[in-house]
Design a protein. Sequence first.
Length: 277
Amino acid sequence: MVTARRWWDRKVLQIGLLAFIVGGAWVMRQTQGALLLEVYQGITRPLQILNTGPTPEERLRDARILELQTRVVELESQNTKLKDLLGYVEKGTISSRPIPARVVGRSADHWWQQVTLNRGSNSGIQEGFVVKAEGGLVGLVETVTPNTSRVLLISDLKSQVGITISRTSAKGVLRGDSSAEAVLEFLEKVPNVKVGDLVSTSTYSQKFPSGLAVGRIKSLDLKKLPTSEAKVELFPPIRSLDWVAVYPKPESPELENQQTLTENAKFKIQNSKLQSP
């Protein structure tokens, strides 16, 4: 009897531990680990509450964003001050109320050259109006009828657009290539430009207002003669145009100032005649 009791005293702990392990394994199998996950979350939740701060990667990302935002604000401030200092008058921007129109005609032989819109002079559209789509500049209204308009696309071989490189202000002329890309001929022999630079319309452009998005530099040929060239990936979906927005061509400040001076001169002459005996 005494021997059996001693044996039981020695084995009871081992038997209990074995039973606990077997029981725990059975519970894990039946609950598919849910119980263990709950226990783990209950233990670690206080630690998670204490450690709610951003990770090092998040702090680095936030710092970069703040840096870029600060630089943008600073550049905008400097730009405004410079314009005020020089008395700069920017070329008029396009109207904020475009005329919406839909592409209703497109010839397979002239797919990259022109499109026909379902709006014309009855809707206020005139020759020379600027056409945009999602992504940027599409082209220029070439001819108008009472109910339709024909648009010369910037992808047309005849199309020429004065452009600038947003990063460096390098200038050039963009011409169509009958595709979703265009050819950019720079005015400088060795322009300050690189692949990925953004392209927009230039203040030198006579047909389009400045600052309209055009595309992105895709490749460069700085050894091209007589001038360097680049391939530009066009932003607007020229291949699949549907709806577009038509804007009046803005008048240049020089023309507006000249008209104002002329009107003032006429007014002074009329007053002098009325005042003379």
